[in-house]
Design a protein around this ligand. Structure first.
Ligand code: SAM
Ligand code: SF4
Length: 328
């Protein structure tokens, strides 16, 4: 069992398999001028599988594949298939923008993937284009329906942004009436790979909830699962439910059970951490599995108490980081 320096059990890895993406969500990366990682800087599939095997041997039993956009990397399906067979792994989940995912859903189902997080900030084609710089809304919606048709649990991630999609909050909530999805509204974080466009966050979790309450006054709180990052709510008569993630306020850090691996193999014990230890380099220097495990234990032993401490102590220059290179 992997335990951090605050006595928290760490059992959840978020693995970003690429920094590349077929969308350009403005809150995540600039439209142009992205310095993509060279192929040799990326962990290979073999390296990723090895490190995941070491980690599942240490008590990691849940892995989420993220990025960049996971499905733009060649041979992702063979990797997922090999990963899904790792002993000790109870849950393999994916976060995707859904653009390329529809035809892959039956195979994902066969591998035993039971839950997918789909990023969708608006149901309006023009606003989708303005936010992501690509006209792909219909493909994302097709993926949502394909996942539901295959009984794969869908959580929709919607970043809430002043001047961009505030009018979509209630239309996204309305989706939960007929569809058994969880719509999760996420506070925008300052990881857009460029200059931050806000100094104080206007749309925090309190304001998001109030906006939903204005249209749905009978919304009520439901229990938050253990280790949840979202505050969970339900509207009477709706099939799905609502989550609000205080990603910037960082009120959920106390029960953190997660670590992250970036596409270049940096182990981050907190999303807001500036540095991190490079596991890929250790592997390429010939480290044994035992040595990798010891390095992971040491890194986890320095995990910050919360995202504020991580930001303070590791001198994060957040505005120049992209969520796609941190691994969202
Ligand atoms: N490309 C995939 C996708 O969009 O689902 C996976 C990677 S993406 C970085 C993972 C999640 O991070 C997405 O749900 C996205 O909305 C969220 N995200 C990216 N940048 C963010 C930011 N600045 N603030 C809050 N959430 C962000
Ligand atoms: Fe791509 Fe996901 Fe970032 Fe959007 S949030 S640019 S889909 S990695």
């Amino acid at each position: 069992m992997l335990t951090d320096n605050h006595g928290r059990k760490i059992n959840y890895l978020r693995l970003a398999v690429t920094d590349r993406c077929n969308l350009r969500c403005f809150y995540c990366m600039p439209e142009e001028g992205n310095n993509w990682l060279a192929r040799t800087e990326l962990m290979s599939w073999e390296e990723m599988l090895r490190i995941c095997r070491v980690m599942t041997g240490m008590g990691i039993n849940k892995i989420r594949i993220t990025g960049g956009e996971p499905f733009v990397r060649k041979d992702i399906m063979s990797f997922l298939s090999a990963l899904s067979a790792l002993p000790g792994l109870d849950q393999l989940t994916i976060t995707t923008n859904g653009v390329l995912t529809t035809p892959l859903v039956p195979e994902l189902k066969k591998m035993g993937i039971r839950a997918v997080n789909l990023s969708l900030d608006t149901l309006d084609r023009n606003r989708f284009l303005a936010i992501t710089h690509r006209d792909e809304l219909n493909n994302v919606l097709a993926t949502m329906h394909a996942l539901l048709a295959h009984n794969i649990e869908v959580k929709i991630n919607a970043v809430v942004m002043e001047g961009r999609n505030i009018q979509d909050i209630t239309t996204l909530v309305a989706l939960t009436k007929e569809l058994p999805v969880q719509v999760r509204f996420i506070e925008e974080m300052p990881f857009n790979g460029a200059e931050s466009h806000y100094t104080t966050l206007q749309w925090d979790h309190v304001q998001i909830l109030q906006t939903i309450k204005n249209s749905y006054p009978d919304i009520y709180k439901i229990p938050d699962p253990k280790y949840a990052t979202a505050y969970n709510y339900k509207i009477p008569g709706h099939k799905g439910d609502i989550g609000i993630i205080a990603a910037y306020t960082r009120s959920f850090c106390g029960t953190c059970n997660r670590i992250r691996l970036t596409p270049q193999g940096t182990l981050k014990t907190c999303l807001y951490e500036g540095g991190g230890m490079n596991i890929k380099d250790l592997m390429r220097l010939g480290a044994t599995d035992q040595e990798l495990a010891s390095a992971i234990i040491s890194a986890v032993g320095t995990k910050a108490q919360d995202g504020h401490e991580a930001e303070r102590t590791t001198h994060l220059n957040g505005i120049h980081q992209s969520m796609a290179t941190i691994g969202g």
